[in-house]
Design a protein around this ligand. Sequence first.
Ligand code: PEP
Ligand code: MG
Length: 574
Amino acid sequence: MSFTLHGLGVSPGIAIGTSHLVSHATLEVSHYVIPAKHIDEELNRFDAAIGAVREELRSIKYAAGLGAPSEIRALIDVHAMILADPMIASVPRQMVRERRCNAEWALVQQMEQLVEQFEEIEDPYLRERKADVVQVVERLLKAMSGRSGQSVPRRKPEDGVVVVAHDLSPADTIHFRQQQITGFVTDLGGATSHTAIVARSLNIPAVVGLYHVRQLVRDEEMVIIDGTRGVVIVDPDERILEEYRLRKSELELERSKLKRLRSAKSATLDGEEISLQANIELPEDVAQVKDVDADGIGLFRTEFLFLNRDAMPDEDEQFEAYRSVAVALKGKPVTIRILDVGADKALSGTVRNEPNPALGLRAIRYCLAEPQMFLTQLRAILRASHYGRVRVLIPMLVHAYEIDQSLMMIRLAQEQLSAEGVPFDKNIAVGGMIEVPAAALCLGAFLKRLNFLSVGTNDLIQYTLAIDRTDEAVAHLYDPLHPSVLRLIAQTIEAGSRAGVPVAVCGEMAGDPSHTRLLLGMGLRQFSMHPMQIFEVKQEVLRSDVSDLRPKVARLLRIEDPEKQRETLERLNA
Ligand code: PEP
Ligand code: MG
């Protein structure tokens, strides 16, 4: 029977394929008694599963290769450690012997005990590790049932495979790349979950936050994913299937045509040059930046170097990472953002049990509370500035004194390096992110003290509309076009232009081609986005006439009626 589900489209495009259910295996374990004479056999079965999963993890790590984000490699190591821990490798054996139960049952009992213990841990990062325990146990259960980790079902060569899961770990997602998965859908997850980030960087259409998809879809059913609109169609009829096949091939054609834009100069019809820069998470993302010939890096989210590891990267390790990006960009700007941890990006073992992490000690607040760590990162960035055009970007500023304290720390790092005779760019540009309404409403202090501004619309929307950006339950209220949000962005661009301080937008809005004309009409000249989005945005830029857009956008900004606003935006984009 055909039916349609709506969720959060987190990675655009259309995928068509047969479903492959990633088992929520822990829910499906039966309990039976093992006769005394078969106990050793049962234990051998358990040991064989441990060996098979050990091998599976090793091969995932090998297949992911050095190109995989370091956080994913670290995660696979965590899973290997859990697998080797006596709590998983020995206690269930003991239970099989003492209670004469099957190994699957013993394993799930033990897992439930461990999960309960994890839930009592105060530290949210450690508490979340329970998900890793569950994932390892699921792998073991699959190995015992004779099914391997995330194997691909038999299928017709022309069909893709669509993975349907309750939740996916980044390690599984990377593994899917080798198996040519064409798309995936999950019950859980928000637009900024790791799974969503990996999906976007692999260019795999994905819809998350579907709540019950894992229960509603059966194995080997035909599934269409529209990752742009967040729609999933299960068991479509021939007509719908044909429609989507056509749309998919049109999109593929459009995408390959867009590659021709690589060498086109990014300018509007009336000759305004528009800088299209890239957002990266790790140094290895530079390859994609080069592929699309971006005008620089508008946002290097350095916290990804710090996540999923026990010890923070020291000054030399950070320096090497920043230097390699600066060198690769050959004089184009590389905007390195100061560590933006806290909220949904918790550092291993360092985060307090905060009542509301998004409003807590995150980003620059965290850095100023940890001056030694802040200084280490600043020294590494300054050292890298000798090798390219490096700029520093400070996240989540609200108060003028936070800017002053940050600038003092930069001066201190500069003085230390000068005294040590270490070279660095003495004129390094320092910018601030505008991602809290308080900052956008009181820009004077920012414009006076900083060399450039970058609007982080992801957080600006979260804080203006009071919507947790990672919570699928309120995702429908997360509205980039809310008049309050548009006015805050427009007035930041306007104030920057009046003061001669360049303003960029580096949140997701910058990479959405349906917002390009709106932002151009507000006066924006610098966009920073995921490299995959650059050609589509460039296409919009090439078709736009800023002098025509400006008065239209000024009118749009005065509209408060959502319906009227939508119609006006549609006309603007037509
Ligand atoms: C933003 O908030 O828009 C932004 C670019 O930063 P992040 O998504 O890393 O919070
Ligand atoms: Mg932000």
